[in-house]
Design a protein around this ligand. Structure first.
Ligand code: HAM
Length: 429
């Protein structure tokens, strides 16, 4: 019996009419990232689950609740694969760092500026702007001695410029610093100290987070937790002098680039690998899932994954959220067909078939209908395909070794010799 299959929950089909917009976004991103000195990297869509757990943190929401793990079917070939546990990538940073280390990219250049565009997977409860398969444009700048506030400012400015170029001009930027790894630990201790008498005021999730992941309490959306957090009066008391200066310098450079930001000491991000600068970009038009992008520094991650002592910073923007936030500002024309070839009678289909091949091989797009339908119906198809020209093959044309060429914009029609067809095609380009 036939069965109807439907789209998996939280995934989307990107249909042909939406593809021009996606291509435009990807092309614009590639152009801008090239201007900023980034080169594309493509890593697999799955990795060892442990890579993600180690980098994003065992206690992060993504690792605890959202990993989509893969189970190879049982077979002798898969015996080896089964001993490793794989998961679809929930983000790009961990994979890029794994590849950076494995391919010894630190030996190739002092600073590797890498970008990726592709699908990511998180088993979240789907809602508007929150998907299980979504797409990111991400960058990672990794290299020894790259902990310069200029690079932090450049990376943030690049993310804002990308968004603006993609029609998202009203996005709000929030920045913060977590300081060094030691500062961050101190931050956690301070928070535990301040919250210890107030646990009963917090939601059940946050009571659990208190020991495991206390920083996450700062961005809990539950009103009672928000209230408790607002009373904490955080003022960077966990930062050492050097980290403070780094952050202050970074802010000055950012202002010098005319990037408008809000400083938010409560911004901590959900992934464990961050140190120093963190940032988040939101767009109020998006509703509850308002983050269009986010990023930050992760100077410790590369060594934690067994790599050399190098610093790193990056960000990722969500493409689906960019599309929602640009609210139709990007107008991309649907592609048009150059030439639609019409066979007036069924016996001329073979001539139309040869002609479309010839046109394509001369560099123009072409198509024909092989159904043997009426002239009217074929003209309708040409119009639907947005054809710039139509070439008609009828009895008279075939006899005279000609084709009738119709300009669909102004209606002009002329006869063209098939002996001169290549020259004609060149003129239509
Ligand atoms: P993230 O904040 O988890 O950071 O994700 C970045 C962006 O991906 C979000 O701001 C959002 O636009 C989009 N996004 C995330 N989850 C979903 C979802 N379920 N549905 C739709 N869009 C989503 C990272 O992924 C880090 N790797 C960023 C980074 C790179 N940090 C340093 N380098």
């Amino acid at each position: 019996m036939a069965k109807n299959f439907s789209l998996p929950r939280g995934a989307t089909d990107i249909l042909p009419q939406d593809i021009p917009l996606w291509i435009h976004i990807e092309k614009t991103a590639r152009q801008i990232l090239n201007l900023y000195g980034y080169q594309e990297i493509r890593t697999p869509l799955f990795e060892e689950t442990e890579l993600f757990a180690r980098s994003m943190g065992q206690t992060s929401d993504v690792v605890q609740k959202q990993m989509l793990t893969l189970q190879p079917s049982k077979s002798p070939e898969n015996e080896k694969a089964e001993s490793a546990h794989y998961a679809l990538r929930p983000e790009g940073t961990a994979s890029v760092v794994r590849s950076y280390i494995e391919n010894h990219l630190d030996k190739k250049e002092s600073l590797s500026k890498l970008f990726y565009i592709g699908p990511m997977f998180r088993g979240e409860r789907p809602q508007k702007g929150r998907l299980r398969q979504f797409h990111q444009i991400g960058v990672e700048a990794i290299g020894p001695g790259t902990a310069s506030p200029y690079l932090d400012a450049e990376v943030i400015a690049c993310s804002m410029y990308l968004l603006k170029s993609l029609g998202v001009s009203g996005a709000q930027l929030k920045i913060n610093t977590l300081g060094t790894y030691a500062n961050k630990e101190e931050f956690k201790n301070i928070l535990r100290g301040k919250l210890s008498g107030k646990l009963s005021e917090l939601c059940w999730d946050c009571q659990n987070r208190f020991e495991r992941n206390v920083l996450r309490i700062l961005d809990c959306k539950v009103p009672a937790c928000k209230m408790a957090v607002q009373k904490l009066k955080l003022n960077y008391e966990w930062l050492d002098a050097e980290s403070k200066t780094y952050f202050d310098t970074m802010k000055k450079i950012l202002s010098g680039l005319n990037v408008i930001y809000n400083e938010d000491p409560y911004l901590v991000r959900g992934l464990d690998y961050y140190t120093h600068t963190v940032f988040e970009i939101s767009d109020s038009s998006l509703g509850s899932q308002d983050a269009v992008g986010a990023g930050g520094r992760y100077n410790n991650l590369i060594t934690e994954l067994g790599g050399p002592q190098v610093d790193a910073i990056g960000f990722a923007l969500g493409i689906e959220r960019i599309i929602l936030a640009q609210q139709g500002k990007i107008q991309v024309p649907q592609p048009s067909l150059d030439i639609f070839v019409i066979a007036m009678e069924e016996k001329f289909i073979k001539n139309a078939f040869a002609l479309v091949q010839q046109i394509r091989h001369n560099g123009l797009s072409a198509d024909a209908s092989y159904e043997g339908s009426s002239m009217k119906s074929q003209m309708r198809q040409a119009n639907k395909r947005n054809a710039r020209y139509v070439m008609i093959l009828g009895e008279d044309e075939i006899k005279a070794n000609e084709v009738a060429l119709k300009n669909m914009q102004n209606g002009d029609q002329e006869k063209v010799s098939l002996n001169l067809i290549n020259e004609t095609i060149q003129k239509l380009k």
